[in-house]
Design a binder for this molecule. Structure first.
Ligand SMILES: [Zn+2]
Length: 209
C-alpha cells in the first residue's frame, strides 16, 4: 500500500491517492482540470476504484466526475447536499451548483477494504453534519478532511456546520493514536506533531467557542 498526497496551493482540497489492491482517491479538489494535471503524475483516472469524499463541500468534490470506473462514497448525512447540487452553499461560492451522484453511503463503523489497508469510517460531524474521517489503524493514518488541520486548526462551521458537534468530534480525534495526519487542506504532519495538532484543536475549540 502506498499513500500519495497531492497538496493543494489554492482553493482545492488536498487529494490523497491510496494505491492498494483497490485504488482509492480521498477528496477530489475544486476543479477537474486542476486535478487532471496533478493526477497525471500519479495514476490514470480510469484505474481508480473508489472516490471517497470526506464531506459534501464543493472544494472536496469538484473533481469526482474525472473517474469513469470509480464508485463514489460519502457519509449518509452529507449525501443530500451532494445530490441537491448546493453543497451547503459552497457551490454558489465557487462555480455554481451542479448535482452529483454517489453509489454508496457510509456510516460510523463501516470498514472499506482496500486490500492491505482497511479504511475505518469515523463519523465526525461539526464542519458539516456528515463529515467523516478515515482511519487506517495498522499505520495510524488519519484522513481528517476539514475537521482537523495541522497545528491545531479546524474547519469553519458556518457552511452547514455546528460548533458543539465539532468540539465533540475533536475530542474524539484527540484521543486517537495518530501517526500521520492527512488533512483536507495544508500540510501533512507526522508523529508527535500530528497528535499535538489534534489535542491542541480540541483545547482551542473548548476554550474559545
Ligand atoms: Zn469543507
Amino acid at each position: 500500500m502506498e499513500i500519495v498526497p497531492i497538496i493543494s496551493k489554492g482553493y482545492d482540497s488536498n487529494v490523497y491517492v491510496i494505491k492498494d489492491e483497490r485504488v482509492t482517491v480521498i477528496d477530489t479538489g475544486l476543479s477537474q482540470s486542476w486535478l487532471e494535471r496533478q493526477l497525471s503524475k500519479v495514476i490514470a483516472p480510469e484505474r481508480v476504484d473508489y472516490v471517497i469524499n470526506t464531506h459534501a463541500h464543493i472544494d472536496h468534490c469538484g473533481g469526482n466526475a474525472l473517474f469513469p470506473n470509480a464508485k463514489t462514497l460519502i457519509h449518509e448525512l452529507d449525501a443530500k447536499a451532494m445530490s441537491d447540487g448546493r453543497f451547503y452553499g459552497t457551490a454558489s461560492l465557487f462555480s455554481g451548483g451542479r448535482s452529483m451522484g454517489y453509489h454508496r453511503v457510509l456510516k460510523e463503523g463501516d470498514v472499506i477494504d482496500l486490500g492491505e489497508a482497511k479504511l475505518e469510517v469515523l463519523h465526525t460531524p461539526g464542519h458539516t453534519p456528515g463529515s467523516a474521517c478515515f482511519y487506517i489503524s495498522s499505520i495510524g493514518a488519519l484522513f481528517s478532511g476539514d475537521t482537523l488541520f495541522a497545528g491545531g486548526s479546524f474547519g469553519r462551521v458556518d457552511l452547514g456546520g455546528n460548533m458543539e458537534q465539532l468540539k465533540h468530534s475533536l475530542r474524539r480525534l484527540a484521543k486517537l493514536e495518530i501517526e500521520v495526519l492527512y488533512p483536507g487542506h495544508m500540510d501533512v504532519v507526522r508523529g508527535e506533531e500530528a497528535r499535538e495538532s489534534a489535542r491542541l484543536a480540541w483545547e482551542i475549540a473548548e476554550e474559545y467557542y
